[in-house]
Design a protein around this ligand. Structure first.
Ligand code: ADP
Length: 576
């Protein structure tokens, strides 16, 4: 793919300029990239000026050399194909900033070479090892940045830098001294600039605009606290030298506040602010660092700020990673819940499909009764033999049968509907009778007799009516199928209070029982021994009962057949 097609729409230019651009390949550069290049040039120039400002006079040692870190951040934010343009844009900014300070051109160009090398080493390593863009939200990404972007790149380029200074003969400092001075300055710059730029450019300003008033107030309080503590610690003349060690800890609670509450973005901004305040104070002879020679001051301030930034960046990334993992886990749980609900609903619909023939029969009965009652009324009318009392009786029957049919339809609709779980305090016996009503047609069709043994005094249970009916229906249908195969068509459904204050429902059949080798697999999804079976009834029933805080299990009877038990926690009140 050519660069033009990869980078999108080219800048629209015409005339001799456009021919020149076309020849140099610049015509394919997107306007967006031009803007970035200009921004890099401006930031590089400004960074160099700040670097000069943060110099301990009278020695020409900058405590904080920002341009290289700014260049690294810019490269990390830009496609590799545009890197050359950013470097080209930084060159005039570099010349403009450095030539003013009276440094020979060879040295100025040498420094540009070592600065660009540093940014390139960091950017190449990070791009290779981390998925772009770097967001400082995982321990690994921050680790890669610290090792390659903040340490290795400044170290390797410092060897080159010091060598160039020595060869060109600019200054009299020994080689290793130059390496060390440049290294610490550039490590610190990388630590404060790259996390800040990368976390804020991504979506930081959008997040700021979308922040709730409470969050904005918290952020404002944090910034105010940082400014107060920062000035008090780093920018005030320290008269009492004994207070120095304790003073260095004062920004720590605020830094931890930013880390815990505002993530990598807040941490990056807080570190930047504290470092600027600390270095500003130190270069102006204030704060706890101005105790010995300028070189020592520079070294101690850099070491202190580096040692403070590294663990905080790692902590912020770890917390952010954990937060994201928790969100992902919650999302997965929600999805799993949704899938469970879908499956529960589908198996319920399948169960109702199984019962549909019997249910149609169930509805047919009241309809037939309504028809014969209506025909009887017509007959009386035709014979002109109207007895108001008899007519009322007929109409009462019609109303009662219609209500019966309506109830069946109402229950069916509730079972077909897919709704949220609705927990209510219910009477178990009522649930049993409702389920028997729903299964009535099927029981009649299969010629199965059901006996009930319902304890009159039971605690209430907190459950979803539809889901519990689904479980009971499932056990009843299984029991019917088991006894149909055996021949002794008897099923018993019993309820009793348990010693722990709960309720137990048992569905007993006189079927063939459960073969020992099948026993461990009964509740596995898709385990079935029936030609048309789905094998989901018992597994879904168990998950429903478990979600209600109960248990579902099956055992063979002492005599023929099997019993399936549901145990549910009770809720105080007993009901008749
Ligand atoms: P399905 O009814 O579609 O087979 P279930 O999960 O309801 O799915 O049941 C799984 C298996 O458990 C059945 O195929 C059957 O072998 C066994 N089973 C369930 N209820 C009984 C019972 N009352 N007696 C004997 N075996 C049973």
């Amino acid at each position: 793919m050519s660069q033009t097609t990869r980078t999108g729409s080219p800048a629209v230019l015409s005339g001799p300029g456009s021919r020149l651009l076309a020849l140099t390949g610049l015509a394919g550069v997107r306007p967006e990239t031009w803007r970035q290049a200009l921004l890099v040039a401006a930031a590089y120039y400004l960074g160099a000026k700040i670097g000069f400002a943060f110099t301990f006079q009278p020695h020409p040692i900058s405590t904080l050399w920002l341009p290289n870190a700014l260049l690294l951040a810019a490269l990390l934010l830009t496609p590799v194909s545009s890197w050359w343009l950013l470097l080209a844009a930084a060159l005039p900014a570099h010349l403009a900033a450095e030539l003013q300070s009276g440094v020979p051109l060879a040295m100025v160009l040498g420094w540009f070479a070592s600065n660009s090398t540093e940014a390139l080493i960091g950017a190449v390593c990070i791009r290779r090892l981390c998925a772009a863009p770097l967001r400082f939200d995982s321990f690994r990404d921050v680790g890669v940045f610290l090792v390659f972007g903040a340490f290795l790149a400044p170290l390797l380029s410092s060897f080159l830098d010091a060598a160039l200074v020595t060869v060109i003969g600019w200054g009299r400092e020994p080689y290793w001294h130059l390496v060390r001075v440049r290294l610490f300055s550039n490590i610190l710059a990388a630590l404060i600039v790259v996390p800040f730029v990368l976390t804020w450019v991504a979506d930081g300003f959008a997040a700021l605009r979308g922040a709730s008033p409470r969050r904005a107030a918290e952020a404002a309080a944090l910034v105010a606290g940082l400014l107060v503590v920062g000035f008090a610690t780093f920018d005030r003349h320290q008269a009492v030298s004994g207070a120095i060690p304790a003073l260095l800890y004062t920004p720590l609670p605020l830094l931890l506040w930013a880390t815990v509450r505002f993530g990598p973005r807040g941490t990056g901004a807080t570190i930047l602010l504290l470092v600027l305040l600390a270095i500003w104070g130190a270069t102006h002879g204030e704060g706890p660092f101005v105790t010995s020679s300028p070189e020592e001051n520079a070294r101690s301030i850099q070491l202190f700020l580096i040692a403070m930034s590294v663990p905080v960046l790692l902590l912020a990334a770890t917390l952010e990673q954990r937060r994201k993992d928790m969100i992902a886990q919650r999302q997965a749980e929600l999805e799993a819940k949704e899938h469970r609900q879908q499956l529960t609903h589908l198996t319920r619909v399948a169960l109702l499909g199984q019962l549909s023939g019997a249910l149609a029969h169930e509805l047919n009965q009241p309809l037939t009764a309504i028809l014969s009652n209506a025909q009887a009324a017509l007959h009386f009318l035709a014979a002109d033999r109207i007895d108001p009392a008899e007519l009322r009786e007929i109409l009462d029957d019609i109303v009662a049968e219609d209500q019966r049919a309506g109830e069946v339809i109402h229950r069916l609709r509730a079972l077909f509907k897919r709704g949220e779980t609705e927990l209510r305090l219910l009477q178990v016996n009522e649930l049993v009778l409702e389920s028997l009503d729903l299964a009535h047609g099927d029981l009649v069709t299969r010629n199965v007799a059901v006996a009930t043994d319902l304890s009159p005094h039971l605690p209430l249970v907190r459950c979803d009516r539809v889901q519990m009916q689904q479980v009971l229906l499932n056990l009843l249908v299984n029991a019917c199928e088991a006894v149909s195969a055996a021949g002794a068509r008897h099923v018993t459904i019993a309820t009793r209070a348990t010693d722990d204050g709960g309720v137990q429902v048992s569905v007993t059949d006189r079927g063939l029982g459960i073969a020992p080798e099948r026993q461990p697999r009964l509740f596995e999804p898709f385990f079935t021994t029936k030609p048309q079976g789905l094998g989901l009834g018992l597994s879904i029933s168990r998950s429903i009962v478990t979600a209600h805080g109960g248990r579902l299990w099956g055992t063979n009877n002492a005599g023929p057949g099997a019993t399936f038990h549901i145990a549910l926690p009770g809720h105080g009140e007993t009901s008749a």
